[in-house]
Design a protein around this ligand. Sequence first.
Ligand SMILES: NC(=O)c1ccc[n+]([C@@H]2O[C@H](COP(=O)([O-])OP(=O)(O)OC[C@H]3O[C@@H](n4cnc5c(N)ncnc54)[C@H](OP(=O)(O)O)[C@@H]3O)[C@@H](O)[C@H]2O)c1
Length: 301
Amino acid sequence: MTALTHTGGRTPTITLNNGVAMPALGLGVFQSPPAETVGAVEAALRTGYRLIDTAAAYANEREVGEGIRRSGVARDEVFIETKVWISDYGYDTTLHAFDKSARKLGVEQLDLLILHQPIPSVFDRTLEAYRALETLLADGKVRAIGVSNFMPEHLQRLLAETSVVPAVNQIEVHPFFQQTALQRLHAERGILTQAWSPIGGITSYRGGEKRTFDDPILMEIARQHGKSAAQVMLRWHLQEGRSAIPKSTKPARIAENFEVFDFELSGDQIAAIDALDTRVRGGPDPASITLETYGKEIPEA
Ligand SMILES: NC(=O)c1ccc[n+]([C@@H]2O[C@H](COP(=O)([O-])OP(=O)(O)OC[C@H]3O[C@@H](n4cnc5c(N)ncnc54)[C@H](OP(=O)(O)O)[C@@H]3O)[C@@H](O)[C@H]2O)c1
């Protein structure tokens, strides 16, 4: 599955359940201001990244497309992942959400299109949205489809009522919140766990008291390898077989977050990081997401 050596200038890939190869490590752009997104994406691609994770709701798809074009890296060498926002759920509206995202990004085809959140209170609408993703997949408009923030009960219902097993469930995973039961379910069903906030940004930018970056165990492991806590966390994801999409708009950190292919964590070090799980979520509880509280219009392209 995951080859973690960095060979021939290519990033290690993970093979999704439909055979499509996805780079394991990518750049996230949540909260990247549009004006800084072009430069961040360009810097990442020049560094060697080949996966960019954006979303309609991040309001920077246009700038992600611009960054890709400016980098000079060929379109077919870049894996573009984006997400449909809940306000666009429904069969026809989700088909149209693809058009909006593809036009903003300036591409004909997306590599991975996922539902950003389940809407538990109107799950039928979530299912209609997923059926639209199945159509887009069958029509070759997207190469793979998936979900994000689906908890076990949402996944079970999706698997029971639709045909295509999602390739990916993008969920909050960092040393302080690991969702191990959900990750086991993914493994049983052939769904890749993709970690959002993989270096625990959410423990930091929300003003939390305990930041992953300052954790003494992570810092000690980092010291032993001559690496940073962020690099140790990313290596931990990769060695456990997850995809990770750290976000930064700073070229030095974008480069730092990619320098994770030249060291190996020991079994004891992995176990020490596994033991940091507090089971306390940093982000919103997926069960609390409603159209009333989180709905917002996604503009036309
Ligand atoms: N599906 C979802 O619901 C969902 C939710 C959240 C995020 N995501 C995705 O996951 C991506 C990553 O998650 P995230 O942005 O929440 O958190 P993250 O990647 O864990 O952390 C990002 C934060 O850490 C800082 N940072 C980056 N590299 C660093 C380093 N080497 N050392 C110290 N600080 C560093 C960044 O600041 P600077 O930019 O100033 O460097 C930013 O504040 C997002 O961009 C998005 O693509 C998805």
